[in-house]
Write a protein that binds this ligand. Sequence first.
Ligand code: ADP
Ligand code: MG
Length: 733
Amino acid sequence: MSSSSRKAALASIAGRTPTPAGNSFGSIAESFGINTFGIRQMRAKLPKDVFAKLQSAIRLGKKLDQEIAPTVAQAIKEWATSRGATHYTHWFLPQTGMTAEKHDAFLTFDENKSPLEQFSAAQLIQSEPDASSFPSGGLRATWEARGYTAWNPTSPVFIVESGNVSTLCIPSVFIGYNGEALDEMTPLLRSSDVLSEKAIKLLSVIGDKGVQRVGTTLGPEQEYFLIDRTHFALRPDLVMANRTLLGAPPPRGQQLEDHYFGGIPERIQACIAEVEQELYKLGVPIMTRHNEVAPCQFEMAPLFEETDIAVDHNQLVMSVLRRVAMRHGLQAILHEKPFAGVNGSGKHCNWSMSILADNELDGLNLLKPGKTPHQNVRFLLFLAAVLKGVHKHAGVLRAGIGTSGNEHRLGANEAPPAIISVFMGKTLTQLIEDIAGGKQAGKGAAEALISLGVAKLPEIEKDNTDRNRTSPFAFTGNKFEFRAVGASQSIAWPVTILNAAVAEAIEDLTEQLSAELKKTKKVDDAILKVVRAAFRSTGAVRFEGNNYSDAWVKEAAKRGLLNLRRSPEALAQMQTAGAKKLFTSLGILSKEELESRYHVRMERYVKDMLIEMTMQRELIDTMVLPAVYAYQGNLARAAAEARSAGIKEIPQIERANEIGALAKSLKARRDTLSKVTDKAEHMHDDLEGCAQLVTGPGADAMLAAREVCDTLELLVADDAWPLPKYREMLFPV
Ligand code: ADP
Ligand code: MG
């Protein structure tokens, strides 16, 4: 590759016209969900009694009744083939952050060897992929590699149309021979069940009976970059590592703040509209689209849904984005920090708990303030549970977002720091502090609430100040927003941890409340007492100030809060006694399952880092240094010519020397990087040691080498520079 490919890329991009979005798309309402076998299709296609049984299994998160499976399988096959599907696949979330699928044809042969389209209940329910190569963290040795996928009926089956091929996808869990969780979905489903069970018990203790399920709700806001594919293809670092490992900052970054909520360029708009159209057909309720802060950065947010469905849907959002962007000559980049110096991408996970019941409690959001004193103490009780959970398990929550990508984003001035704290907003902070202060301790609940001004709670304004934006975990009126989550990761794991932490806190509060109720008969009085104790003990985790400030780092340390900057130290939190107790006592993960997850994540971190280190070395060796040496040679030749022509002032000499010195320094830094890389590559038996090496000396060596490369990029003639520059990638013409 030479700079001429870069110039050709620029010329071809400048000449491009926008591709219009597919115009066969009618209204959203007409197309919504047509590629899913959801409630609407099931009601139409299934016998009444079968529909009722399936519905109740889905609603309450129960297993599918084996008796109805053949009818359901038949109906699904008829629906799928009528929509052109020829193959089916169990679609699942291995611990790679991506989804996995292996397609099988709807094909069998009858006794006369005539081909038949067939799909049995057994095929719907279970499959045994040759899946020995998925990460299992040592849970499965390859000689006992059998893993099963099993349909998760709570998430509707769907058809993916890619090119001319339509495939029926069956959302599934992926488990080992003895039921060990090998995927991201199994622990999430377990955590939802546990939270539901604990919350139902707590509700029943406070007199709210008849609750069938307490579901968690999730609305993930996805941030991403869209850049031209021609540029992308010329950047091996983006292709290999999803982020630029070199690149001088452009003169104009995001300082003009002209991109945020700005008009969406036509070419991008066409792509996004087509992404949305595919997602609507898949039943993904995308609501919002807008430009983000960085140039070429955008956001897409759905209406919230039941957590496990929202997780599947977010996986679909990520894969449809990647696939459709290519059709438009664009590349979707979901990495947390693809471009140094401009904002990175996160995935704000809006989360709450809501009730399913046959009575008036149905649909109630437990994090939404109510109107009566009882409704409001109940709200405070569940709020207290979240504060307790996050306070106690801040370390594990940090581990849940500990990836190599997020490491560049957390604490990088535009994203929350690695310190997990909770923002409550002005009104609630005042209330919490008044309650914790015990001013009304002597009064009955009703009276206390009135004097605390809680009668006004329904009007709580979402405190959407700048302070809130800097918080990793903010209360936003009727839900919490876990903002520190990374853009490219599967959100199943951080949400599993959140569910678990809150479930444990709910259990704790239930015990305290039951004890309190032996002393007092007035439920609301008892609740307020328990809430007060919880508010008092969790004060350290609440922070309303500017999370980006250095003062907060000091203050957090004083409060004893963890500040885990690097991924290995964050992931180590999965091995603490507290983490083990959390997952095992709630039955969400066994000791071995948790251990395996720790290994998978550590290994992934090390692999990501090694890919970056080897890639950067290659870029330096095969692109940067050759370009620099060649340019230096040109300068020297020009200087020699000038000298022989008798010219006295020869500025090329100075520039050639300057570049020569930088090239020498780059070579030295490249050698340091190379040494660390070689050493790390031979540390297979020492995962922790290797992680320490790459996260410390490895990351430092990459930064040091980059620094010189970026200086050189601004000195070497533009014509001679081989890699697309930030200003070209981020400011398409
Ligand atoms: P913003 O956070 O930008 O102010 P919104 O409050 O409208 O925007 O919502 C952001 C996301 O939060 C959306 O995906 C929305 O569906 C989701 N959300 C709203 N209510 C809930 C809830 N009760 N549980 C989970 N997510 C929710
Ligand atoms: Mg938001």
